[in-house]
Design a protein around this ligand. Structure first.
Ligand SMILES: Nc1ccn([C@@H]2O[C@H](COP(=O)(O)OP(=O)(O)OP(=O)(O)O)[C@@H](O)[C@H]2O)c(=O)n1
Length: 497
């Protein structure tokens, strides 16, 4: 008994000083780890917002984007959180009653007011960009275009957001920002991957934008846009064809067919059995159409479908000029185009039309695409209506023309072949955000894509926590070892002094 008591007394671990020392050591290390971890813990996410209105020729759409507040100038974290289609036509259609253009936008802006948290309203930028419809109105009647913008601005200023102005985008901007959107959402810019070209088909204009090794802008400076994004330089080729959006292309194709004829158009691009009386003004009231109503013709014409793909393609081809080219190579209408390169994303009306026709899969050979289109165009109008009861008749009547136009534009216009047609992907959205120019436009105006690659933290948060914990444990073990002189001597038989 007394030997045991003696041993206890000699064992330094049992001295109060050592116990207090150890407890303080442990507490200090736990405190150190806790403070370090808490201090560096990612904060609960707060979001910032941006709103862009795409005022297109056929309609206006509002998009809200959000991103984590602390990532303003950082990597691909901006996401679309709401899209709202404005009721009615595009703002350029309100030239004779501009106030209606402003009023038409309010419903979607009300939705935006609900969606963005109140405390973020005043700092949320709101942009309106108008495309080919307003470009055309501005060409035709610039004072009408100014009035439409005044009405629209007045309406937008009534909302609590930070309104940054309404303006017409140039065709070059529309093409380039569409390309930025697609490649940003695909993370191709930040990761310096091969970029994806952008094919955008609207109602009044169409854009093609891509990076090609044999294009540095010297051949055709008007088609060049230089970007430095995330530390990489891009020489983008871009061209916007005004009047080659699918609605204006349809007018041009129809007007072409009225040139010689009397009051009836027998149209191979519309289904057999389709027949409508239309006013000539639907064709000629556009700066895209230079032909005029045939001499002595009545005010209206009879539009009758014949449903013949190959003849439709012949008529469509006539709206392109393939004969002149002062460069080494052209697409059409004397416009330079370098060799096609890389994958492409085709969106807007490219997607709507090819999706309706069940032709978004580009592994389907081009010959099969044309066969299917031929069959679809030859389908009687009544049968088409029966098969698609839910589709708006105006859209439904035009899909034969639109499909033919898309195939002709891609193959004859831009020179896609059977070999590189599969490089095209028809897309609507990428990771939940619509493909289109709006996101690229906002990223540019808010400086959200840095020219240089952002510095990334040396360690992710989990790695940081692990390292702090391991070092703290090591310190603790070292501390224990530093008390070694005080450790009891090991012996099988306790020494009794
Ligand atoms: N389900 C749908 C929706 C739209 N469209 C067509 O797609 C085109 C609209 O494409 P969009 O990108 O919205 O064009 P806008 O922005 O209106 O035109 P632009 O860019 O030329 O100003 C229009 O011809 C419209 O008729 C379609 O065929 N099917």
């Amino acid at each position: 008994m007394s030997a045991q008591r003696d041993m206890k007394e000699k064992n330094p671990w049992h001295t109060p000083v050592t116990i207090i020392f150890s407890v303080i050591g442990v507490i200090a290390i736990v405190a150190l780890v806790t403070v370090a971890v808490l201090q560096n813990r990612p904060l609960p996410q707060k979001y910032k917002y941006g709103i862009v209105l795409d005022a297109g020729s056929s309609h206006t759409a509002l998009y809200i984007y959000e991103w984590p507040a602390e990532k303003d100038n950082n990597t691909g974290r901006v996401e679309q959180t709401l899209s709202c289609k404005v009721d009615g036509p595009g703002i350029s259609s309100y030239a004779s009653a501009p106030w209606k253009a402003g009023k038409s936008l309010t419903k979607c802006l009300e939705q935006a007011r609900q969606k963005v948290p109140v405390k973020r309203h005043s700092e949320t930028p709101l942009y309106l960009g108008a495309t080919a419809g307003m470009r055309l109105l501005n060409l035709e009647d610039s004072s009408a275009s100014t009035k439409v913008f005044q009405a629209v601005e007045e309406a937008l200023q009534k909302f609590p957001f930070s309104f940054q102005g309404a303006r017409i985008l140039s065709g070059q901007e529309e093409g380039a920002f569409g390309w930025v959107t697609v490649n940003y959402l695909d993370d191709r810019l930040e990761q310096n991957l091969q970029t994806r070209g952008a094919l955008d088909l609207g109602g009044a204009s169409t854009q093609i934008s891509f990076v090609s090794d044999n294009f540095d802008g010297s051949d055709s400076p008007d088609n060049a846009v230089a970007f430095r994004l995330y530390g990489n330089d891009y020489n983008l080729y871009t061209h916007s064809f005004l009047c080659y959006g699918k609605d204006q292309a349809l007018r041009k194709t129809l007007a072409q067919q009225t040139k010689s004829g009397p009051g009836t158009i027998l149209d191979p691009c519309f289904h057999p059995g389709y027949t409508e009386t239309k006013n000539y003004s639907v064709l000629y009231d556009s700066p895209c159409v230079s032909d005029r109503k045939p001499q002595g013709a009545p005010a209206t014409f009879n539009h009758t479908g014949k449903g013949n793909f190959s003849r439709c393609q012949e008529v469509v081809k006539r709206i392109f000029n393939f004969t002149e080219c002062k460069y080494s190579q052209c697409s059409f209408n004397e416009v330079f185009q370098p060799r096609l390169q890389g994958p492409f994303g085709a969106f807007s009306a490219y997607y709507f039309v090819m999706n309706f026709l069940n032709l978004t899969d580009t592994s389907i050979p081009l010959e099969v695409v044309t066969e299917r289109l031929s069959r679809y165009c030859a389908t009687p109008w009544n049968q088409v209506k029966e098969q698609h009861p839910g589709v708006k008749l105006k859209y439904l009547a035009e899909y034969c023309f639109s499909g033919t136009y898309i195939v002709t534009l891609l193959t004859k216009g831009y020179n896609f072949t059977s070999e590189n047609y599969p490089n095209i992907k028809f897309i609507k959205k990428i990771k939940g955000s619509d493909a289109g120019w709006t996101l690229g436009y906002m990223l540019n105006l808010t400086n959200m894509i840095p020219a240089e690659a952002p510095d990334s933290p040396p360690l992710p948060y989990a790695g940081y926590v692990s390292i702090v914990t391991v070092i703290a444990l090591l310190l603790f073990v070292l501390f224990i070892f530093s008390l070694r002189p005080l450790w009891p001597r090991c012996s099988k038989h306790p020494q009794i002094i």
